[in-house]
Ligand binder design. Structure first.
Ligand SMILES: [Zn+2]
Ligand SMILES: [Zn+2]
Length: 303
């Protein structure tokens, strides 16, 4: 179907922007983490993140009605100037995010591993002002060593808020940004890309926002960071199941993973990214830098 070298937005019925379904996005992720945890060297950690994703699902169902999207005129102005309407750089974050964080932490504390307990306890007594500062550092700043252990939980709460916001927009009214690496909803970078297997998007590649779970189309064999198409190399681990691959770019020396949904319809961009950290090591060793972060991994190894 897609024989042209560059097709933007995708031809046919496939939408250029896919917004998250608030009823399923975190639940499907939780189930994928649970499944991956069963046969994995990092099983305990993946199972913990499965519990975090279940808690995110519950938090989103409980709080979605309290989170209102920007007014029509703000949305229209953003579209006209081709700016993300809920930009992490400028959007006033709803105060409910701190309540969501406390709920997530409360859920996790019920059965937390010893290593996480101190961080979780600490978050429950952190002031609103300090939490807002942490949120700002996550989204727009340079987090410091002492913040690292807390940031995945801060990120998890922000993911709930921004996913709720994204799910209330009209995908058809959202232009793609000039750079493939900029989310058309929140302006964050993608965590990975996914070769999709369903409906009109089957076979197409969409990148997945690390924050708001919006997906947007990027043509195959195109660098997500710089748009170059000439020095693209595919990497995978020999003997692996083929679900996770990495596409590196020799022009800007970045890479973006591909999660191949036709290999398993239940893949999840965030969970399958974390289950394939061995692939990151392989591509890092070859001298390439990831094009976008996985917020649930931020701070790993720095505690
Ligand atoms: Zn986004
Ligand atoms: Zn590049």
């Amino acid at each position: 179907m897609n024989t042209q070298a560059i097709e933007l937005p995708p031809s046919g019925e496939a939408a250029a922007v896919l917004l998250p379904d608030p009823g399923t996005v975190f639940l499907a992720r939780a189930e994928r983490f649970d499944a991956l945890a069963l046969h994995h060297g990092l099983g305990e950690w993946l199972a913990f993140l499965g519990r975090l994703s279940h808690a995110q699902h519950a938090a989103l169902q409980a709080s979605a009605q309290d989170i209102t999207p920007p007014a029509e005129d703000v949305l229209e102005r953003a579209a006209k100037h081709r700016m993300p309407p809920i930009s992490v750089a400028s959007y006033q974050r709803p105060a409910v995010w701190r309540e969501i964080l406390r709920n997530l932490v409360g859920d996790l504390l019920e059965n937390a591993p010893v290593g996480a307990r101190e961080t979780l306890d600490g978050l429950l007594v952190t002031s609103a002002e300090e939490l807002d500062k942490l949120g700002e550092k996550l989204l727009n700043g340079e987090p410091e060593g002492a913040d690292m252990a807390r940031l995945p939980y801060v990120a998890a709460a922000m993911q709930v808020v921004f996913t709720a916001l994204a799910s209330k927009l009209d995908a058809g009214a959202l232009p793609l940004m000039e750079a493939h690496s900029t989310c058309p909803v929140c302006g964050s970078h993608p965590v990975v890309s996914v070769i999709r297997s369903d409906g009109p998007t089957a076979g197409l590649r969409y990148v997945h926002c690390t924050l708001c779970n919006t997906e947007w189309h990027v043509p195959h064999a195109t660098c997500v960071s710089c748009g170059d198409r000439d020095k693209i190399t595919l990497h995978e681990i020999d003997g692996d199941d083929g679900i996770a691959r990495a596409e590196s770019c020799g022009s800007c020396e970045s890479y973006t993973k591909l999660i191949v949904q036709p290999k398993n319809v239940r893949v999840d961009p965030i969970a399958d990214d974390l289950a394939s950290v061995a692939l990151d090591m392989l591509v890092d060793d070859a001298g390439f830098v990831r094009s976008g972060p996985n917020y649930l991994l931020i701070g790993a190894g720095e505690s």
